[in-house]
Design a protein around this ligand. Structure first.
Ligand code: ASP
Length: 408
């Protein structure tokens, strides 16, 4: 009997990795023929990048609206919700700060690339703090989406989300609409991400052809930099938090979390890791009601690893283009990366899409994503591991605080 064997599809991560190797090989081979790479390969990379840019706006708009709408439950759980949100936002802001500090201390080792062929010009704008605040608020419904002003899109999304909650039962249809469109754009994003091997090849090959092996060496440096920041965040922030606020030894915490961490590392998906993360956190003693609230919420909105990655990559990309980030720009990155991590879906590769928003917020060239896209999976494995560990640390802490309150 010759049964037809179903063809097994190679996992996307493997495809991307192969694309990366091929891009390096082809790029090195084309060093003597840069125009061929720039004129005939790069355009396909540009198409991929355009699709990525296209989906960022709707993803931010709908996923944040959906996130806020889900807060109606959060109100019911009052104290759990408040504690959770404070912890999530605070640790994420600390995470991106650690990422920026580490990346800045590595900056000397990052290369400056030939950007002669990029049409991008650095906008030398230093608007000042008050102007930055004023600019957060949109004066038009369409314009923020049209000009990819993500901070304004986020403000809009939060406002609309709150309005839907305030409407109560009358807002149920709107909530359903938003959840459906959120799913639709997630699907669109998944489709675009499936093109990433081609995108990675076409974006990276001309970069290698133009810049030679220097770029490849520097990628190892930026990955190392991100992993140092991931480790520091886990060791300093989570250890300290679970010890002081959660009443648990960090060793016990990390040991108990190991299965979920390994799963996150290999799957690069917070959402995929959710069931095993819930199990680990429960076994560590977090109460069921806290686990079932904080972890699903965290898998959607709390991404410390992603925030670190965005901070590190922003500094790396800026330095590749010979741009020095100013302090107000760094503060903007802390703000946007914290908010971007809320809008990042807990699926592989989503953080890279959100990097576009962080770069755009400080006028850095979005095309710079090409420099890190080929090795995104390597970043992603580490950042997802940190993302889910942060969620679990929150469950332990909130559970402990509520227990202590009950005892009083
Ligand atoms: N893969 C990450 C996660 O699921 C999100 C990201 O790409 O940063 O947590």
């Amino acid at each position: 009997m010759d049964a037809v064997q179903p063809k097994k599809k190679m996992p996307l991560a493997a495809q991307i990795f192969i694309a990366l190797i091929l891009a390096i090989v082809a790029g090195l081979a084309l060093q003597g023929n840069v125009p061929l790479a720039v004129n005939y390969i790069k355009p396909f990379g540009t198409i991929f990048l355009n699709l990525v840019k296209f989906v960022v706006g709707p993803i931010v708009l709908f996923s944040i609206m959906a996130g806020v709408v889900s807060l109606s439950d959060l109100r019911k759980v009052g104290s759990i919700g408040g504690l959770t949100l404070v912890y999530y936002f605070f640790t994420t802001a600390v995470a991106v700060t650690i990422g920026l500090v580490i990346a800045n201390s590595f900056k000397g080792a990052f290369p400056a690339l030939s950007t002669a062929n990029l049409a991008y010009k650095v906008k030398n704008s230093n608007p000042g703090f008050m102007k930055m605040i004023v600019d957060l608020f949109p004066s038009n419904f369409i314009a923020p989406l049209n000009s990819s002003n993500m901070l304004q899109v986020i403000v809009m999304a939060i406002l609309i989300g709150i309005a839907i909650i305030a409407l109560g039962r009358k807002g149920e249809k709107a909530a359903e609409f938003i959840n459906t469109w959120n799913d639709v754009f997630m699907k669109v994003m998944e489709m675009i991400l499936s093109l990433s091997p081609i995108g990675v090849f076409c974006l990276l090959c001309p970069v290698v052809a133009q810049n030679g092996p220097a770029v490849i060496g520097s990628l190892a440096k930026v990955i190392l930099c991100a992993y140092i920041a991931y480790a520091l965040h886990a060791i300093i922030v989570y250890s300290l938090a679970v010890r002081t606020l959660g009443g648990m030894s960090p060793l016990k915490f990390f040991k108990g979390m190991m299965p979920a961490m390994i799963f996150a590392f290999s799957s690069a998906s917070s959402v995929g890791t959710l069931p095993i993360n819930m199990e680990c956190a429960s076994k560590l003693g977090a109460s069921k009601e806290v686990v079932s609230f904080t972890l699903p919420l965290g898998a959607t909105i709390n991404m410390d690893g992603t925030a670190i990655y965005q901070g590190v990559c922003a500094v790396f990309i800026a330095s590749c283009y010979g741009i020095d980030l100013t302090l107000p720009q760094m503060l903007t990155i802390v703000l946007t990366a914290t908010l971007a991590s809320v809008g990042t879906a807990g699926v592989p590769g989503a953080g890279m899409i959100m990097l576009a928003m962080v770069l755009a917020s400080v006028n850095l060239p979005v095309d710079g994503i090409a420099l890190v896209a080929g090795v995104d999976r390597i970043f992603d494995m580490g950042r997802t591991t940190l993302n889910i560990t942060g969620d679990a640390s929150c469950a332990i802490i909130v559970s402990h605080i509520l227990d202590e309150k009950k005892k009083k």
